[in-house]
Design a protein. Structure first.
Length: 66
């Protein structure tokens, strides 16, 4: 197992963006009528979270600083 268990700036940033994406997507599905553009913005945020994590990991933010 990893020593940092995901407690890195890259992981925290990616999870924060992904959580925002899930909330936005859920709001889009809960609206009456369902707002698919809002839902797809949430999906795009979730994909962006993966990209942000990959970029930050390449920049060295996926290492434990303590």
């Amino acid at each position: 197992m990893s020593d940092n268990h995901g407690n890195t700036p890259a992981a925290w940033t990616a999870v924060s963006i992904a959580m925002l994406g899930f909330v936005v997507g859920a709001v889009g599905l809960l609206l009456d009528p369902v707002s698919y553009p809002v839902f797809w913005v949430g999906v795009a945020l979730d994909v962006a979270a993966l990209v942000v994590f990959a970029v930050m990991a390449k920049l060295g933010f996926n290492r434990s600083g303590h």
